[in-house]
Design a binder for this molecule. Structure first.
Ligand code: GSH
Length: 264
């Protein structure tokens, strides 16, 4: 058994970031897959590892570590080769401004979009009691309220339009950064690009093609990121047929809702 265990789920963008780093570094790991819609992350044994009831968590030498951005930096410090932090302090600071954005709003915005467009349909197919249990099991009040509104109202949730606008701003920020360098934090692929890689794939799955069309430089960078072997290994190969079909089935709704919101 590998010394490092990763608790994750196939479609978790946060867990996918960790899988990309592990692939970049060729580190062996043991997989423990959780069924998030089935409430696995809310079970007492898992809450002892991750009190936030989310994936990913890594366990190494019996010690759990949570928060994907922190885990990715830890893995890069622990296995420095190949490095995923830029060599210059200034670029490392730029890298952290990108990963900070993910943690302070972009992840929640993309979670709202994914959930409203596609994921909610998985829960809606379950009984009302299962749905209520899942919502009640979310430990953070703000996340619980957001999830309930998103489950009930989908693309008409009050959280949907601000989330779509946040992503539109993100694309403009990507475009500005990529005007001066090939990667988000400078000359080399870094944890900033790793951080956004699973989201780029998700944007395509739920119908943000409009924004890729608006920013060709971002589209070109996204292709380079998505085609990287570690991203294929850490993200694309975990997307099961069921999830792909769920997003495919609902993508037109996403495209339609985005177009309406981004048109103003
Ligand atoms: N800030 C956390 C966020 C983790 C997070 O939100 N994970 C999502 C999947 S990407 C999750 O586990 N959600 C629980 C659920 O959907 O029940 C991190 O970066 O690790």
């Amino acid at each position: 058994m590998a010394a490092l265990t990763l608790y994750h789920s196939e479609m978790s963008v946060c867990a996918a970031k960790v899988r990309i780093v592990l692939a970049e570094k060729n580190v062996d790991w043991t997989s423990v897959l959780l069924n998030l819609r089935g409430g696995d992350a809310q079970k007492p044994d898992y809450l002892r590892l991750n009190p936030n009831a989310v994936v990913p968590t890594i366990v190494q030498d019996g010690r759990p570590l949570i928060e994907s951005t922190v885990i990715c930096e830890y893995l890069d410090d622990r296995w420095p080769d190949p490095p995923l932090k830029p060599p210059h302090a200034w670029d490392r600071a730029r890298m952290r401004l990108w990963t900070k954005q993910l943690d302070e709003g972009v992840h929640a915005a993309v979670g709202t979009l994914s959930f409203c467009i596609a994921v909610r349909h998985e829960l809606l197919a379950r009984s009302a009691a299962d749905q209520a249990r899942w919502v009640a099991g979310i430990p953070q009040t703000d996340r619980r309220e957001r999830s309930k509104a998103n489950l009930d109202k989908g693309v008409h949730s009050p959280y949907f339009a601000p989330a779509a606008q946040r992503c539109a701003k993100l694309f403009a920020d990507f475009d500005a950064a990529l005007a001066g360098a090939p990667w988000l934090a400078g000359e080399a692929f870094s944890l900033a690009d790793v951080g956004f890689a699973p989201y780029l794939i998700r944007f395509k799955m739920f119908g943000l093609g409009l924004l890729f069309g608006r920013y060709p430089r971002v589209a070109e960078w996204a292709e380079r990121v998505i085609n990287r072997p570690s991203v294929q290994q850490g993200v694309s190969r975990w997307i099961g047929d069921g999830a792909a079909a769920l997003y495919e089935k609902n993508r037109a709704d996403g495209e339609h809702a985005f177009a309406a919101i981004l048109a103003g």
